[in-house]
Design a protein around this ligand. Sequence first.
Ligand SMILES: NC(=O)c1ccc[n+]([C@@H]2O[C@H](COP(=O)([O-])OP(=O)(O)OC[C@H]3O[C@@H](n4cnc5c(N)ncnc54)[C@H](OP(=O)(O)O)[C@@H]3O)[C@@H](O)[C@H]2O)c1
Length: 241
Amino acid sequence: MAELVWISGASGGIGRALVESVPWPSARIIGISRSAAAGSEHLAADLTDPAGWDDVDASFRRELAAYEGDRVVFIHAAGTLEPMGFAGEVDTASYRRNVMLNAAAPQVLGHMFLAAAAHCGGARRHLVILTSGAARSVYPGWSSYGAAKAAVDQWVRNVGAEQELRGGTQVLAVAPGTVDTGMQAQIRATAEDDFPQRQKFLDLHEAGKLTPPAQAAAKTWRLLDAGLPNGSVVDLRDLPA
Ligand SMILES: NC(=O)c1ccc[n+]([C@@H]2O[C@H](COP(=O)([O-])OP(=O)(O)OC[C@H]3O[C@@H](n4cnc5c(N)ncnc54)[C@H](OP(=O)(O)O)[C@@H]3O)[C@@H](O)[C@H]2O)c1
């Protein structure tokens, strides 16, 4: 198989759109999520749980051990806004899961992918992590989400610089804009007391200004061969459609 692609969050939203638009017809696609993902082999994993990370690591190592194809890709799109609400007020177990999935999983899974792919020097290697404008803007109700995305951005800048020194994997963070997925529906369904900026997202939805997932996915795939500096943090809204 020429190309080997892992996509987390493959069962819905942007992850599913990425699965549906992989630009290489011969690619083997492994989708990672808790529920089944159409269009790909399914690796069932709860990425709030380090045991789930180990299952993904086992897949990276197993599939890349003797890999001799052209290109390996891991896109980490899994993420959650739950629980939307203020720190100190939301459920603690849910808050801990948010931190594990949004902040810890990208770094540890990213590290695991780099290690497993390190010997695949004959292949183009790409690690892409979905980030958000919430890494820079303040949104009361999204404390751990915003902090996690800021961590993703800085992790990508550092690791991109490291990989540049090694001639290794291309590492990118991609902020997709405001995309019409289940995550946006969750925002609209949240009480304003828990997420005071909800109206902004209701207005964007009402005005038909949400980006279709397929458009975000197509732009993301184009970035892989765009010659970006390693460690780039890219906002898809800055790119032409
Ligand atoms: N939509 C937007 O406007 C927007 C804006 C900025 C950034 N983003 C980022 O883009 C990425 C994708 O967002 P989206 O809008 O497509 O989200 P979504 O529609 O809510 O889909 C989330 C995906 O993540 C998976 N997931 C959630 N919890 C998981 C867990 N514990 N273990 C494994 N997989 C899990 C879900 O699968 P299962 O439930 O089956 O596990 C699903 O496939 C996220 O990183 C998000 O932060 C989105």
